[in-house]
Design a protein around this ligand. Structure first.
Ligand SMILES: *[C@@H]1O[C@H](CO)[C@@H](O)[C@H](O)[C@H]1NC(C)=O
Ligand SMILES: *[C@@H]1O[C@H](CO)[C@@H](O)[C@H](O)[C@H]1NC(C)=O
Length: 284
């Protein structure tokens, strides 16, 4: 009985902490994809090179959060270029899982397209027969803003806009020093991520552009904003502790403490229970 109470509490906190519309949620959730109109022909050297490229991407993601390849193994006359990029905070196993999912999700969307790209929450892949690797690319590919419905309390909208501006400033502030940046201002989490083939200077340019697009598109008190350019993206969202509607913050460390205390209390309860049984039997 006590054991089940403990398990319940544990499950409840885990659920609570993961209940979120934040981009930190499910890394394999689909964001957008695009395919070229041009198609390759089946069973051609191009397709063999592409298959080999996809295998390289999937394999490489088990050791690194970014890789780029030029696949010419079947025929050097029809090279296929490609990369994958995981978000900077992902562990290698999570990155690997995400990249494999991206390949699986892209296949039915862009069957036989000579070029294609897909963005999931945690990772992206892109391939094609034009040499886009190492080139800067600030083309707007996709953007969307969340609604302001649901959890927003009265008078909170102005704060929200202020915090969002703070995060966007923090993402462009001091220039780009890394390809991945995560910042929090108040209740807003923001992330910028560039593709690993970019210099930090090009990355900074791209993120600047992304932030401009964000201000254009999500000027109001939107709870989330996402802007995806050719070689970078900028996203923000209300932190998970706010979107759960309780306004209570609970961190992983706190969960560890709660789990620890719950476990200790359970152990004590069980110990007392067995001691009680032992002495009861001793008496009887
Ligand atoms: C490529 O294939 C897609 C889907 O099979 C088709 O809609 C499209 O028209 C094709 N493109 C060309 C240029 O034939
Ligand atoms: C890419 O492939 C398409 C279709 O096979 C072809 O028409 C196009 O010229 C190729 N582009 C490059 C840069 O090779």
């Amino acid at each position: 009985m006590e054991y089940y109470v403990g398990v319940f509490i544990f499950a409840f906190f885990l659920r609570w902490s993961s209940a979120s519309t934040s981009f930190y949620g499910d890394t394999t959730r689909f964001v957008h994809a695009g395919c070229s109109q041009l198609n390759y022909t089946q069973n051609t050297p191009y397709q063999y090179n592409l298959n080999s490229l996809l295998a390289s991407l999937a394999n490489s993601a088990s050791t690194s959060t970014f890789s780029k390849f030029t696949s010419t193994s079947a025929s050097p006359s029809f090279p296929v270029y490609g990369y994958y990029q995981c978000r900077g905070d992902l562990s290698i196993p999570t990155c690997h899982f995400c990249v494999r999912s991206a390949i699986t999700q892209l296949a039915p969307i862009c069957t036989c397209s000579s070029s294609a790209a897909i963005q999931l929450r945690g990772c992206s892949i892109r391939y094609g027969n034009d040499s886009f690797l190492d080139q800067p690319d600030k083309t707007l590919i996709y953007r969307r803003c969340g609604s302001m419905s649901g959890t927003i309390r009265n008078g909170y909208e102005a704060d929200l806009v202020g915090m969002r501006e703070g995060v966007l400033e923090a993402l462009v502030d001091g220039g780009q020093t890394a390809l991945y940046k995560a910042r929090r201002v108040g209740d807003i989490d923001g992330v910028s991520q560039c593709v690993g083939d970019q210099t930090v200077a090009n990355c900074g340019d791209c993120v600047d552009e992304g932030v401009k697009e964000m201000r254009d598109a999500c000027g109001g008190p939107a709870v989330t904003g996402e802007v995806y350019l050719g070689k970078c993206y900028v996203v923000y969202s209300l932190s998970s502790s706010e979107t759960n509607g309780h306004g209570m913050k609970i961190s992983k460390k706190e969960i560890a403490v709660i789990v620890g205390i719950t476990t200790a209390v359970l152990a004590l309860v069980l110990l007392l229970y067995f001691l009680g049984k032992y002495f009861a039997r001793g008496k009887g």
